[in-house]
Write a protein that binds this ligand. Structure first.
Ligand code: FAD
Ligand code: MLT
Ligand code: ZN
Length: 471
């Protein structure tokens, strides 16, 4: 091991290889504090050449590598195991923005760029980089691509995969694949870019990417709308899809129970619709014509929704500050959950046509089998993505509750997801958290194909082993 560390030192210099416990600690526990591991070293490269050299050394010494960006992932993908034999390869020093290509409407960035820095750089040049999520101040684009992150703009612009035109990746052999072409069409055989996106560091290490940009909208209008139930909410979504078409850029649902958790931990965040509203829906329209045009459109759709008895109340944000308070309310549910304890999260998608039935059946099963539980149900309803989370009954210790019921609760939810032809991971990935669940629910053929790919691309199993799929 000493020789390995010495050789690493020759590549990076001592300063960028952390081996002391106090220096390693900040890299070893995930954001939700669900996973903690140990590491031989934390390694901080500054270039693709350095990443390639590190991987070559790891291949030679058979040392496993855990790639890491902002460490905000929800499935423990970037947390090492407890052996102390793995290295964490954190990409935060690779944070250069290579530039915007105005004619091609793209931005080329290194993997360690913070998502918000990319948004800001693009905006300064008149462009929108639409990937947007609560962790955008600390997650990194390499992590976003490795998890195929979603967020709040997916219904209009797609997820991280849809926004990516090219990648540079260091393979398990330590070779560099340069796929940074930025093409919108390229049918030259297998799509390697799509293979690495969403692979959570198990097939290669993403070092740079070419991402799509869009024109910045001239005006955005945000409204909070009250509905009585899921079927009315879906009718409302369909109405907005029909009338606003591509101007609809956000459609988020929050239940009364999830906002009650906000009220408990962040009482300053008041719901303008009142705390008895069964479903609060946050809707955003983005327009390229004029403020008057979008405001008129929004008011017209809301009038139609009132007339059709789909909604019971609505508040339109008067200015950016008020719109931001609506979004804060939505984003704080995750933070309120973190304050509450290690909630049981299920990040699922269900076809919108079955969502109503899924929720009513699953809620009923959950409440009858686990009386008193709080169902913290919210999400990106516009793309069928629900965050179906379970908190213990008020006053019950979360850790004790999880120890006793976690497995049974996951089984209930994932069983229902399978029955309704959904997915057990819509946007958060698999990591170590859902390794066994993926095995159980992906289907044998798909799971075997995934194993074959892993074996072919990483035969020594040194890239993030026992995450996503075990070989
Ligand atoms: P990390 O957590 O560091 O890593 C995630 C996975 O990617 C790991 O498996 C890691 O090994 C791998 N990886 C990281 N970098 C690389 C690389 N360069 N090459 C290869 N593999 C790599 N997610 C959503 O999808 N939608 C949301 O709305 C959303 N909201 C969130 C809100 C909050 C408050 C928080 C804390 C998290 C949220 N997340 C959300 C989850 C998380 O932010 C995303 O999964 C994000 O994409 C992870 O990026 P990261 O840089 O933190 O990756
Ligand atoms: C969100 O939509 O806010 C994120 O995915 C985080 C979460 O699920 O808590
Ligand atoms: Zn989400």
């Amino acid at each position: 091991m000493q020789t390995f560390i010495q050789q690493l030192t020759q590549v990076l210099g001592q300063k960028y290889i952390l081996t002391q416990d106090q220096d390693k600690a900040p890299f070893l526990t995930d954001w939700r504090k669900r996973f903690s591991g140990k590491a031989l070293a934390i390694v901080l490269p500054a270039s693709t050449t350095e990443v390639a050299r590190i991987v070559q050394l790891c291949a030679e010494y058979r040392i496993a590598i855990v790639p890491q960006g902002g460490h905000t992932g929800f499935c423990g993908g970037a947390t090492p195991d407890s052996s102390g034999n793995q290295i964490v390869l954190n990409l935060k020093r690779m944070n250069r923005i290579h530039g915007v290509d105005i004619a091609n409407q793209t931005i080329t960035v290194e993997a360690g760029c913070i998502l918000q820095a990319i948004q800001e750089n693009a905006a300064a040049q008149g462009f929108l980089f639409p990937l947007s999520l609560g962790a955008e101040g600390s997650c990194m684009i390499g992590g976003n691509l490795a998890t195929n992150a979603g967020g709040t703009n997916v219904l209009r612009y797609g997820n991280a995969r849809d926004l990516c035109l090219g990648l540079e990746v260091v393979t398990a052999k330590g070779e560099v694949w340069n796929g940074l072409k930025g093409l919108r069409k390229d049918n030259t055989g297998y799509d390697l870019r799509d293979l690495f996106i969403g692979s959570e560091g198990t097939l290669g290490i993403i070092t740079s990417a070419v991402m799509k940009l869009y024109p910045l909208p001239i005006s955005q209008w945000t409204t909070l709308v009250a509905t009585e139930n899921v079927s009315a909410t879906i009718a409302l979504l369909n109405l907005f899809q029909k009338r606003a078409t591509s101007l609809l850029t956000g459609f988020e649902m929050m239940t009364q129970e999830s906002l009650a958790l906000n009220a408990k931990h962040f009482p300053q965040l008041k719901n303008p619709l009142g705390d008895k509203t069964p479903f609060s829906i946050l809707i955003e329209l983005s327009d390229h014509e004029s403020e008057a045009h979008v405001r008129q459109l929004l008011e017209g759709i809301l009038e139609e929704a009132f007339a059709a008895d789909i909604i019971t109340d609505a508040v339109i944000a008067n200015n950016l500050a008020q719109a931001n308070t609506f979004w804060h309310m939505r984003e704080h549910i995750t933070l309120a959950q973190a304050e509450e304890g290690a909630n049981l999260k299920h990040d699922i998608t269900i076809p919108l046509s079955s969502l109503d039935k899924f929720i009513s059946e699953t809620d009923a099963l959950m409440r009858s089998k686990f009386p008193g539980v709080r169902i913290i149900n919210f999400g990106h309803l516009g793309d069928g993505n629900l965050h179906y989370n379970i908190a213990p009954p008020e006053g019950v210790d979360q850790k004790v509750f999880n120890l006793t019921y976690e497995k049974a609760i996951h089984e209930l939810v994932y069983g229902q997801v399978e029955r309704f032809h959904g997915s057990i991971s819509a946007e958060h990935g698999v990591g170590q958290l859902k390794l066994a669940d993926l095995r159980a629910h992906k289907g044998n053929v798909a799971h075997d194909l995934m194993k074959s790919l892993k074996q072919a691309l990483d035969p020594q199993n040194i890239l993030n082993p026992h995450k996503v799929v075990s070989i």
